[in-house]
Design a protein around this ligand. Structure first.
Ligand SMILES: Nc1ncnc2c1ncn2[C@@H]1O[C@H](COP(=O)(O)OP(=O)(O)OP(=O)(O)O)[C@@H](O)[C@H]1O
Length: 507
């Protein structure tokens, strides 16, 4: 039972510390009251830490300086708050696993994935009530047609909705959704935003937003968090100026041209040529009769920069997996790479990927966390492996070992990533940077950047974009946020299913 007349959360001069450490997460103590009638979003560089604190993580000092007055005394706050953040947590065993029909026993379909969190709830609801909640959530998040599909085969946007549904099914009193719109197309963003706005009071929803994201109109209050702690909080009108300042500061990073450009020194630049690099002719792909791409024609010339567009689930990742040979249906002579029809015996997985550099959320999800940043980048020189180069590796470079080491270290230094830190200990920004550097380190003919910059901080996005622009090779980029893709001159838009694609020049 909860009391909706009392505040949801109250911080009163509260110092927050991780357990077993004496260093607080913010130097400034926090004072803030969140009422059940208000709808809050938090933004700023350290908003995730604050959402974690709202979810009951970290030790509050003094102990009663953080409270949840709306809860009954005996309820443990962390058991009724749910923080859903959107780094993927499903790990297919290997990249192509996503597209295969064979499944490991531990793979589950979406329905089982969702029902797991219903089984574990301790909210005293009856089986019928659970069934009703389940039906309602599935319907509202548009997941009905996907229930029988293996979760590993869901597109990124579909998986995002599934994770949110799972968070809602555990019936939390407060649902904290950190960057729920990351990677979603405009329509899905709007649908999801409306849904989140209508949920309160069951559960109360608090959002984490990136500074440049529009604040949904249903949000009444905004808090801004930086490394010092909560710097501003109030109604959206009261915080509007601070938000504008943050956005202006961000834009000035993107306009600032003062970086010392070293691309040419770090990586030999590539110049456009007159040859087709990728040529796909009248190609169709379907799963058990469900058509994803129909009669696709697409030619990419050397040095061209394509923005691959399309709403969630329209087949963008599928198309890329056709190019990289990760998709079982990609062994088809309608696909030509450097004028060579894709045929067993004439091309193989290694010859294809020798010339392709690739960074994507899927690679991020399955990347071995025990490698150091240096080793992570070194795997960019091997083909079809996440292991650092060894004598048995299929190598994608003619550089000597010393030359490879020098290039890895100079790129890591340029992007300011510590070579010795283990991948799992790098923050999200540096993990993304390490994977981007891994994709470019061998100076590939084709660079595929699938949401490669999303999750990076603004400085890093800017540096990576400048780097790619300067480099000049063939690029295929996916990203729903314009700011997060490098300069492109052409686009191809997928509409999914039987629908035709649209192609054109970017003005
Ligand atoms: N093995 C599979 N079996 C059935 N359906 C699949 C399989 N793999 C992918 N799909 C479906 O194919 C469609 C295209 O998926 P894909 O990941 O290519 O979309 P996307 O455009 O990259 O989406 P997003 O922007 O959300 O990442 C989706 O509806 C997805 O559920």
């Amino acid at each position: 039972m909860t009391n909706l007349k009392r505040p949801l959360v109250q911080f009163n001069n509260c110092i927050l510390r991780p357990q077993y450490t004496s260093k607080e997460i913010f130097p400034n103590p926090t004072t803030l009251t969140i009422l059940p009638t208000q709808k809050w979003a938090f933004t700023g560089t350290h908003k995730t830490k604050f959402l974690e604190a709202l979810a009951g993580q970290y030790t509050a000092i003094p102990a009663d300086s953080r409270s949840y007055p709306f809860l009954e005394q005996q309820v443990w706050p962390s058991s009724v708050t749910k923080l859903v953040s959107f780094a993927t947590d499903i790990k297919p065993a290997y990249l192509s696993a996503r597209y295969e029909s064979y499944r490991e026993p531990e793979d589950v379909d979406l329905a089982s994935f969702l029902k797991k969190s219903l089984d574990s709830t301790t909210d005293g609801k009856s089986a019928e009530e659970h069934a009703q909640v389940y039906e309602n959530v599935v319907k509202r998040l548009g997941l009905e047609s996907l229930l029988g599909q293996w979760i590993a085969t869901l597109s990124n946007g579909q998986m995002r909705r599934a994770r949110l549904a799972r968070g809602m099914l555990s019936s939390p009193k407060i649902l904290l959704a950190d960057e729920p719109f990351l990677g979603l197309d405009k329509v899905s963003t709007l649908t999801l935003s409306r849904l989140l706005g209508e949920l309160a009071p069951s559960p109360h929803v608090i959002l984490g937003l990136r500074t440049h994201e529009p604040v949904p109109e249903w949000i009444s209050h905004v808090g801004v968090i930086d490394e010092s702690g909560l710097i501003k909080a109030g109604t959206r009108e009261e915080v509007a100026e601070t938000l504008q300042d943050l956005r202006d500061r961000r834009n000035s990073i993107f306009i600032d041209q003062s970086y010392d450009f070293e691309t040419a020194k770090l990586l030999p630049g590539r110049r456009p040529g007159a040859d087709p690099v990728i040529d796909i002719e009248s190609f169709t792909i379907a799963y058990k009769g469900k058509v994803v791409l129909k009669d696709l024609n697409w030619t990419v010339m050397q040095g061209e920069r394509w923005h691959l567009r399309g709403d969630n689930g329209t087949g963008k990742s599928t198309l890329l997996s056709i190019i990289t040979g990760d998709h079982p249906q990609s062994w088809n002579s309608k696909i030509r790479l450097f004028n060579e029809p894709r045929k067993v015996g004439r091309q193989n997985y290694f010859s294809i990927n020798k010339v392709i550099g690739h960074a994507s959320p899927e690679i991020h999800a399955i990347f071995p966390s025990t490698l150091t940043a240096f080793q992570t980048v070194s795997t960019g020189f091997t083909v079809g492996s996440f292991l650092p180069p060894s004598s048995v590796s299929h190598m994608a470079t003619n550089l000597t070992k010393d030359e490879q080491t020098e290039r890895i270290l100079s790129l890591l230094e340029y992007f300011n990533v510590n070579p010795d830190v283990q991948f799992s200990d790098l923050n999200l920004n540096d993990q993304k940077l390490a994977l981007f550097i891994r994709a470019i380190v061998k100076n590939p003919e084709i660079l595929i950047l699938d949401e490669a910059f999303s999750g990076m901080n603004d400085q890093s996005i800017f540096r990576c974009k400048q780097f790619v622009d300067e480099w000049g090779g063939t690029v295929i980029a996916i990203g729903h946020v314009e700011d997060e893709i490098p300069r492109c001159d052409k686009f191809i838009r997928l509409y999914g299913g039987e629908n035709l694609v649209e192609q054109g020049v970017i003005e």
